[in-house]
Design a protein around this ligand. Structure first.
Ligand SMILES: C[S@@+](CC[C@H](N)C(=O)[O-])C[C@H]1O[C@@H](n2cnc3c(N)ncnc32)[C@H](O)[C@@H]1O
Length: 327
């Protein structure tokens, strides 16, 4: 085991310098390397977690899906370093899934607000601040700004807008158009009544209306939603199979007015935090490449819709935009 040493900073360096891809670590070696990173956390939580996230990314990249799942569940999730990481409100909520799945609206709010559980606790704050600066968290905050800009950038007069799987509709806080009630209808749809009551409380006064709706209902009964200049869904497609995602995108396309847009966003397979999210937070997503996002609209009439995909700078998220041509 040439790569392994009890000197934790050396172990960290090996991982940070990217051990050659050919070096496949056994579960025992992964555990002992993580032990060394855990020891390092006494001196620096940040350094220890930087090393841990790099290790998980490396192992995830080397292993088959099922091998990785076994290692994540049996070696990484129970490890003391993962338990330490889960003292943060964010990882704790993802792992414990109080609403039955990771990534609920309350959890996403932690990412938006970068909430510290106890600012007087320096070690916990270091841990939480580190997590809020991971690539996935930064990409989620950027996504919020991008959707707010899409709302504000609409050129239609008094547009009709729908946020599907709206959660707490936090992008609306950043939107000038919402503040000025500059739309004819803004529907916030979600399956979660708790999230919808939050939206009603906070955004009802700006004219936003809510609708309790599931993906299945949108697919089966698209005509009951009306027609829109903008429909967007963030933080949803990462949980949908390719077939369901494709049917939902088709349903959204059928709800577009001429010139209208559908924007859907999905985490990309190039997200380097995926191993961390699975190995510590038990947060398993469906990752999609730009090609897989394109395939979601492969059955739509190319004369009627223009399709674009865009990967964000760090390769964390793929944005799919479908625009209906003006007739
Ligand atoms: C990660 S949150 C995203 C919230 C918001 N769009 C954002 O980006 O901040 C995911 C939301 O999807 C909703 N959701 C999950 N599955 C759904 C389904 N099958 N039908 C409707 N909503 C769903 C959840 O209730 C939750 O509010």
């Amino acid at each position: 085991m040439k790569w392994y040493t009890r000197d934790s900073s050396f172990a960290a360096r090996i991982v940070m310098n990217k051990t050659p891809a050919s070096t496949i670590l056994s579960p025992e070696e992964i555990k002992r390397t993580t032990d060394a990173f855990f020891a390092e956390s006494e001196k620096s939580v940040e350094r220890s977690l930087d090393s841990f996230i790099a290790l998980q990314s490396m192992v995830r990249g080397q292993r088959s899906k099922s091998d990785w799942e076994t290692i994540a569940r049996l070696v990484l999730q129970p490890h003391a370093l993962s338990q330490l990481a889960r003292r943060s409100a964010l990882s704790n909520r993802a792992f414990s899934k109080p609403r039955g799945y990771a990534g609920d609206a309350v959890m996403i709010d932690l990412i938006y607000d970068q909430t510290l559980t106890d600012p007087s606790n320096a070690r916990l704050s270091e841990l939480e601040n580190w997590q809020y600066q991971t690539l996935a968290c930064r990409a989620v905050r950027t996504r919020r700004m991008v959707t707010a800009a899409a709302i504000d950038g609409l050129t239609a007069n008094t547009p009709r807008i729908m946020s599907f799987a709206c959660g707490h509709l936090r992008e609306a806080e950043l939107s000038r158009r919402v503040a000025e009630h500059d739309f004819s209808e803004f529907i916030a749809a979600d399956q979660d009544p708790e999230s919808l009551s939050y939206v009603e409380r906070v955004f009802g006064k700006y004219g936003v209306s809510t609708r309790c709706a599931t993906v299945g209902q949108a697919i089966r009964e698209p005509a009951t939603f009306g027609t829109f200049d903008l429909i967007y869904a963030t933080g949803l497609y990462d949980y949908l199979s390719q077939d369901t995602a494709s049917s939902l995108t088709g349903a959204f396309c059928s709800m577009l007015r001429p010139g209208g847009k559908v924007i859907v966003v999905n985490f990309a397979p190039t997200l380097s935090d995926a191993g961390w999210m699975e190995g510590v937070m038990d947060w398993w997503l469906i990752y999609r490449s730009p090609e897989e996002m394109h395939q979601l609209v492969s059955h739509q009439d190319p004369d009627l819709f223009d399709v674009e995909t865009m990967v964000d700078g760090p390769g964390a998220l793929v944005y799919l935009t479908v625009t209906k041509n003006r007739e």
